[in-house]
Design a protein around this ligand. Structure first.
Ligand code: CA
Length: 240
């Protein structure tokens, strides 16, 4: 896909996951007409590969796929990504909708649908999720930190959970998620998380222990590795 000269923004990439060739083409046509780039997958397996490789800006997800249940696929996607998802449900079934939203979908459309309405929903969800991004959200693996609202969220296969962090723990987590592969000295972590305090370097160990436990409670086990003689790193320890 070439980039037009003079275009200030590359258009969003929408991944259409749908095994019905006719519906997929129809959606792609309408999305393209509205200025979106599209790609499609007709199986769950292909969809997962596309999510990894192409990092789409949004996924339109059909629930009835040949190889994997769309809800299972949504759960898998949410294990590693916060990409906006709108699912397409064949049934006008409220249980279905609730389940999809609970699993982390951003919106849903019931089949049969008006493609123009789907395009409008895509636009609305992208606008909404971009708004969140603009207020600075940083993430690493299954851990998400929303800076403005001071909210930390752990995403696992079973859903998204807000972590009950203290202000100090939150500031520590921000340091780590900003530089997930950096080893921090205790003193610099202390500076970052308790700037007005003259607490001892060892105080940091207690906060780290609490943060690590809360992350584990949120399904993010093994995070924050002690680096002997230096401090800590936000890597996930192996052998978990
Ligand atoms: Ca289908």
């Amino acid at each position: 896909m070439s980039r037009s000269v003079g275009l200030t923004m590359i258009s969003s990439l929408v991944l259409v996951v749908e095994d019905d060739e006719e519906i997929a083409s129809l959606l792609e046509k309408y999305l393209a007409r509205a200025g979106y780039r599209t790609t499609k997958a007709s199986t769950g397996l292909a969809a997962l590969a596309h999510v990894q490789r192409l990092q789409p800006d949004l996924i339109l997800l059909d629930i009835g796929l040949p190889d994997i249940d769309g809800f299972d696929l949504l759960t898998k996607v949410r294990g590693s990504s916060t990409v906006p998802v709108i699912f397409l449900s064949a049934m006008d079934d409220s249980t279905d909708k609730l389940l999809g939203l609970k699993l982390g979908a951003d919106d849903y459309v019931t089949k049969p649908f008006n493609p123009q309405e789907v395009v409008a929903r895509v636009g609305a969800v992208l606008k909404r999720t971009r708004g969140v991004a603009a207020s600075e959200v940083i993430r690493h693996d299954g851990v998400e930190v929303q800076l403005d609202s001071h909210i930390a969220i752990a995403s696992t296969e079973t859903g998204r959970l807000e972590l009950p962090l203290t202000a100090t723990e939150f500031r520590l987590l921000v340091c780590f998620v900003r530089s997930p592969f950096k080893t921090f000295e205790r003193a610099s972590l202390l500076d970052a998380c308790m700037p007005e305090s003259d607490a001892l370097d060892r105080t940091v160990d207690t906060h780290i222990a609490n943060l690590r436990r809360k992350l584990a409670n949120g399904g993010q086990e093994g995070y924050i590795v002690a680096v002997r003689g230096i401090g800590y790193r936000f890597a996930r320890s192996t052998g978990v």
